[in-house]
Design a protein around this ligand. Structure first.
Ligand code: ADE
Length: 232
């Protein structure tokens, strides 16, 4: 049986998904709340993980260990690193890297986790296809893009760091959790999907844009995930 783990970064987004859920149980564990139930016919475990890589990774692992999830979907916002990708557009990650992993002194390429067998953490092609089709159906005015995302424990709001990350990894967008979730999914052998709505341009205007566009982004992501649950 499939059990879908869904992790949202924003209260608003999680609230909308909880409303859409037939809630069976609420479990408090490790200072987070796990909502267990169904959306449509899909068995779902939902949580808001908090900000950053550790919060993201531990929440996925708890969902695997305690709730037996068989796949993980992460939704949230991100800063665009590509001029073609505007505020309000959605990025579906085809792979994920850490922009703040660096062990060059030991001969590793920037971003490579030492002693790991891969450089970029994969996401599920099937889930990307389903997400794209679901988005086109429920958010027909929203553009979707597919490509690499970069994550790190840093809100990117300056040209220099933005350009560095672009030059190092050529990702479509930057955020703070997705790669940690893809990493945890990889070591547990479960498929992963990362959906990110663009809230800012990761430059000097980022702090101002973020709160304005966060809400709209959350609604688009939640609609898309609800539609996905009908066909997963
Ligand atoms: N999430 C949304 N915007 C972001 C940014 N500019 N940097 C990191 N994470 C983000």
């Amino acid at each position: 049986m499939k059990v879908i783990g869904i992790i949202g970064a924003m209260d608003l987004e999680v609230e909308k998904l909880i409303e859409a859920m037939d809630l069976k149980e609420k479990v408090e564990y490790a200072r987070r709340t796990f909502y267990v139930g169904t959306i449509g016919n899909a068995q779902v475990v939902l949580a808001r993980c908090g900000v950053g890589k550790v919060n993201a990774a531990v929440t996925v692992q708890m969902m695997v260990d305690k709730f037996g999830i068989t796949q993980i979907i992460n939704t949230g916002v991100a800063g665009s690193l590509d001029e073609k990708i505007d505020i309000g557009d959605i990025v579906l990650a085809t792979g994920a890297v850490y922009h703040d992993m660096e062990a060059i002194a030991f001969g590793y390429e920037r971003g490579q986790v030492p002693q790991m067998d891969i450089f970029e953490f994969p996401t599920s092609k099937e889930l990307v296809e389903l997400a794209d089709a679901s988005c086109k159906k429920v958010n027909p005015d929203v553009k979707t893009f597919r490509g690499r995302i970069a994550s790190g424990d840093q809100f990117i709001a300056g040209k220099e760091i933005k350009n560095n990350i672009k030059g190092w990894f050529n990702p479509l967008c930057v955020e703070m959790e997705g790669t940690a979730m893809a990493h945890t999914a990889y070591i547990n052998d479960i498929p992963c999907l990362i959906i990110r709505a663009i809230s800012d341009k990761a430059d000097d205007s980022a702090e101002m844009d973020y709160p304005t566009f966060e809400k709209k982004a959350a609604v688009h992501c939640a609609n898309m995930v609800i539609e996905m649950m009908a066909n997963i």
